[in-house]
Design a protein around this ligand. Structure first.
Ligand SMILES: NC(=O)c1ccc[n+]([C@@H]2O[C@H](COP(=O)([O-])OP(=O)(O)OC[C@H]3O[C@@H](n4cnc5c(N)ncnc54)[C@H](OP(=O)(O)O)[C@@H]3O)[C@@H](O)[C@H]2O)c1
Length: 261
């Protein structure tokens, strides 16, 4: 569907976009997207909508969304931010339709508690499929609450992002955009499930320890012995986009991705 996958396939990948060689579990090509302050925070308890992006960057993210099969956020982001998670540009929506795709990607979230409001815009706007991955213990209650507005998936006793990624792939999702928050980003990164990170730094400080950071504590694969590959630095008005290639797949795809923008 998108401009990611077919090009990756031609660049030394197998049919499903996995690097050729030792058999890897199949999962979507996964892009993590985040905006943060200079001091690494992604929100502020004191400010309702912290401006970590600008119009031009919103439009860039819209383009990335339009290239993906699914967009995922954690349940706390659904509760706190009320995101719509739609492709906004009419032109991009038309282009997707012309390819036989839904106007916007599938929406995905994950929850341990099932505490999600069926009236949230995540569920009510867009007319696209919504998937809710949840822990076995709350599946029944969550289905009762959300079955009219989403597909609720039992993801096991302890939900892992790897299980979700593999299940998404089984459902035909070949490109996944993860838009936070910090808990979900941390799990994708520490499990080495991210192919690309698009990190936007906004020219402001938060300086509040109550705020969430881009990631929480954890053991991340990118260490002094394995540095992430900085694929691009781009100024977009008053913010800067840092694009990191995090996997063999993204390294292979780097030229194609840049060309696709
Ligand atoms: N600046 C940005 O680009 C950006 C983007 C997105 C979000 N944000 C900010 O990030 C903040 C939220 O970040 P966050 O780290 O608190 O939350 P989050 O990552 O959005 O969501 C965390 C929640 O997701 C569910 N979850 C995560 N991992 C799970 C697992 N393995 N199994 C089952 N459920 C799991 C749990 O939901 P339950 O609590 O329902 O069990 C958990 O509380 C918000 O304030 C938002 O404004 C910023």
């Amino acid at each position: 569907m998108n401009r990611f996958a077919p090009r990756i396939v031609t660049l030394g990948m197998d049919r499903c976009g996995s690097p050729k060689g030792p058999r890897m579990a199949e999962r979507p090509y996964t892009v993590l997207s985040c905006g943060m302050s200079i001091d690494g925070y992604i929100d502020s308890p004191a400010i309702d909508r912290l401006p970590l992006s600008n119009d031009a960057d919103f439009d860039r993210v819209d383009g990335v969304r339009a290239d993906c099969d699914a967009i995922m956020v954690g349940a706390a982001t659904v509760r706190n931010d009320n995101p719509r998670l739609l492709v906004r540009s009419p032109q991009r929506r038309r282009q997707r339709q012309a390819l036989g795709l839904p106007v916007s990607p599938v929406k995905v979230t994950v929850t341990n508690t099932g505490r999600l409001d069926p009236c949230a815009p995540f569920f009510t706007v867009g007319g696209v499929d919504k998937l809710v991955y949840c822990a076995t213990a709350v599946v029944a209650a969550t289905r009762e609450r959300l079955s009219d507005v989403a597909t609720v998936i039992d993801a096991g006793a302890a939900v892992s992002m790897r299980w979700i990624a593999e299940d998404l792939h089984r459902r035909g999702i070949t490109t996944l955009l993860v838009e936070g928050g910090g808990s979900v980003h941390t799990q994708f990164l520490t499990a080495d499930l991210a192919d690309e990170l698009q990190l936007v730094v906004a020219p402001l400080f938060v300086g509040d320890p109550q705020a969430h950071r881009f990631v929480n504590e954890g053991t991340f694969p990118w260490q002094p012995g394995r540095r992430a590959h900085l694929a691009e630095v781009r100024q977009i008005g008053d913010v800067v986009l840092l694009r990191y290639a995090l996997s063999a797949r993204s390294a292979y795809a780097e030229g194609a991705l840049r060309e696709a923008r």
